[in-house]
Ligand binder design. Structure first.
Ligand SMILES: Cc1cc2nc3c(=O)[nH]c(=O)nc-3n(C[C@H](O)[C@H](O)[C@H](O)COP(=O)(O)OP(=O)(O)OC[C@H]3O[C@@H](n4cnc5c(N)ncnc54)[C@H](O)[C@@H]3O)c2cc1C
Length: 372
């Protein structure tokens, strides 16, 4: 096995690193705008998409190289639009729908949120109750969504709603694209335990959606939803964030201000080994995808599960080593990142499907174990 990158991929790695080196300082108020503009200019917002939709048709390995650098250098380069709304539209959208929505995802003009979860439908997503009733050329939507990340910054929503309440629960769902400023939508903030407004409750009171904005066949939305969830859970290269946190922490420890016990030294080493293994798993996923043309979804799900749990191990270990100092909640202090990181990481094993559900999927679809 040869672990080295090919000369082309190594050259691309240098190019992406040089791009990041050339960005303005993170404190610069124009930072996010510059990143978005420069990524769009290079076709790097959704690297793997065809040129006509704003990508460069990158190979999985090139995508892996890019994602790894962006994750490690803490640059937010992807969005729900690029990670699962766009890829699902490419599979299920009509040519007009692709033309209408895909290019504006890569230019950053449109920002999407994901409207799946409801108070009574999270892991059991097929139990969702939000109704979409056909009325001539429109659907009328009523109901409630919850945990909608970024709804307050989004102009479009990717919605799962029930179009046939009498059909078995997986067979009465349809997918829609809707404008988030449609009359009848109310967005209420939910503040997480780190004190941040990241997600929301979204209420629909007779919201009208043109029928042309339904994606895929009526009542067959579950299949589009399953594909979108696969895209969400199989994003390659998502493990480098934990590796960066570890490297930063090791720098702090080396500087000599923190003391490690034998036990924490051993936990730190375990995390470093796990991060390195996950890195190679990421490259294996990309290599298999290049070889076979399809994503090894189960391997990618395992990588997502392990990466999320590793991140929690890293944040809890750093908190333990930092002692009382790690609990500081003061945005003006450098230490704030540790407590924020710890509090935020709790959600890692819930968002995008809980670890328990991921394990069930790996057990049944991957290992062929019988359902309980
Ligand atoms: C930070 C964050 C961002 C999110 N963003 C979005 C978003 O943008 N859009 C969106 O639609 N949703 C979003 N979600 C919601 C997320 O997808 C759900 O929280 C998740 O799917 C779990 O659903 P639930 O909260 O209803 O928990 P439940 O399904 O009620 O689960 C509760 C517990 O029971 C366990 N459990 C449930 N069923 C089983 C089973 N069959 N076997 C074993 N254990 C089981 C679960 O693992 C969990 O521990 C977000 C969540 C978080 C934390």
């Amino acid at each position: 096995m040869d672990f080295r990158l090919s000369p082309q991929h190594a050259a691309f790695q240098d190019e992406v690193n040089a791009f990041v080196d050339g960005l303005p300082a993170r404190e610069d108020p124009a930072f996010d705008e510059v990143v978005q503009r420069e990524l769009a200019k290079r076709g790097w917002v959704a690297l793997a998409w065809p040129k006509e939709y704003g990508g460069i048709g990158a190979s999985p390995m090139q995508q892996m190289v890019f994602n790894e650098i962006m994750g490690y250098r803490r640059i937010r380069a992807s969005s729900m639009g690029t990670m699962w709304v766009g890829p699902s539209l490419m599979v299920y959208g009509t040519p007009e729908q692709k033309e209408r929505w895909l290019p504006k995802i890569t230019t950053g003009e449109d920002v999407w949120c994901t409207l799946y979860s409801e108070p009574g439908a999270g892991s059991d997503l097929a139990a969702l109750q939000t109704r979409a009733i056909r009325d001539g050329d429109e659907y009328v939507v009523s109901g409630q969504k919850i945990w909608t990340s970024g709804a307050h910054h989004s102009n479009w929503g990717w919605l799962a709603a029930r179009t046939d309440p009498d059909a078995p629960k997986h067979r009465g769902i349809s997918m829609f694209c809707l404008r988030m400023d449609s009359p009848g939508i109310t967005i209420r903030p939910l503040v997480n335990m780190a004190g941040n407004h990241e997600f929301n409750e979204v209420f629909f009171d007779n919201v009208r959606i043109p029928a042309s904005q339904r994606v895929g066949e009526e009542n067959r939305g579950w299949y589009a939803l399953a594909v979108a969830l696969d895209f969400e859970r199989s994003s390659i290269g998502s493990t480098s964030g934990a590796r960066r946190s570890l490297d930063d922490f090791i720098d702090v420890v080396r500087a000599g201000t923190l003391r490690l016990t034998d036990q924490t030294r051993s936990r730190l080493t375990d995390c470093v080994i796990a991060a390195q293994v996950l890195r190679f798993v990421g490259y294996r996923i990309a290599a298999e995808q290049e070889r076979t043309g399809t994503a090894p979804t189960l391997l990618a799900q395992m990588a997502k599960l392990c990466a999320m749990e590793l991140n929690q191990r890293v944040t809890s270990m750093t908190m333990q080593v930092m002692g009382m100092a790690g609990q500081a909640h003061d945005p003006s202090s450098e230490l704030d990142a540790y407590s924020q990181g710890f509090l935020r990481s709790v959600a890692n094993t819930i968002e995008g499907g809980t670890s328990e559900i991921q394990r069930n999927v790996i057990a049944t679809r991957g290992l062929g174990l019988p359902r309980g």
